[in-house]
Write a protein that binds this ligand. Structure first.
Ligand SMILES: CC(C)(COP(=O)(O)OP(=O)(O)OC[C@H]1O[C@@H](n2cnc3c(N)ncnc32)[C@H](O)[C@@H]1OP(=O)(O)O)[C@@H](O)C(=O)NCCC(=O)NCCS
Length: 161
């Protein structure tokens, strides 16, 4: 249960700030795998939600074509993680909105991700779909993943990041 009087804020941060939650929630605490390709690209956005001084949710979006494609209007979501006690309050949706707005501001037309099976419903709730069968990753043979896509909406976006 979250403290309803706590203050929450959303910030663009550098990669080092998102890695601790990535590591503990998504990567079984493996330090060496918490750096992702694209982390340090100038167009990449790392977004963090703070509860007072503490980061409780993180996500990253970087320009990356779909496997087998060269489309530079595709943006990949990575390292989407919300602390367990803070799930179900809309923080994941807030992170995704910040990522979508950033991608669109940089000419993005498509968002995609490699979603683990347990998060598939979250992405579907946001409008993502998958059209190919699930697969396993060499680094995570214990999990099933789905490549999921979302066509970014057109129209105006605010300048505030
Ligand atoms: C997946 C995760 C990021 C969702 O974050 P969250 O803050 O709980 O999500 P939200 O509260 O913003 O939920 C947004 C919508 O998705 C739905 N949703 C969230 N998690 C879901 C799930 N696991 N299965 C089905 N639907 C889900 C919510 O019901 C909500 O739908 P609604 O707006 O129609 O009511 C979070 O559960 C998490 O960090 N999980 C562990 C790490 C992980 O799996 N990350 C994704 C890696 S691919």
């Amino acid at each position: 249960m979250l403290d309803s009087t706590a203050l929450f804020s959303v910030h663009a941060v550098s990669a080092e700030y998102v890695r601790p939650l990535r590591r503990t929630i998504l990567l079984d605490n493996q330090t060496d795998s918490s750096r992702f390709r694209g982390d340090d690209e100038p167009t990449t956005l790392h977004v963090a939600i703070y509860r007072s001084e503490r980061i409780i949710a993180v996500a990253t979006v970087c320009r990356e074509a779909l496997p087998g494609s060269q489309d530079d209007t595709a943006w990949r979501l990575r390292g989407v993680a919300v602390e367990e006690h803070a799930r179900g309050y809309g923080f994941g949706r807030t992170l995704m909105k910040a990522c979508f707005d950033h991608a669109r501001r940089h000419g993005g037309r498509l968002a995609w991700c490699t979603a683990r099976e347990t998060a598939r419903g979250f992405y579907e709730a946001l409008g993502f779909a998958s059209s190919s069968p699930p697969f396993k990753l060499p680094s995570r043979g214990d999990l099933l993943f789905y490549e999921m896509h979302y066509v970014l909406p057109g129209g105006p976006i605010s300048d505030v990041e």
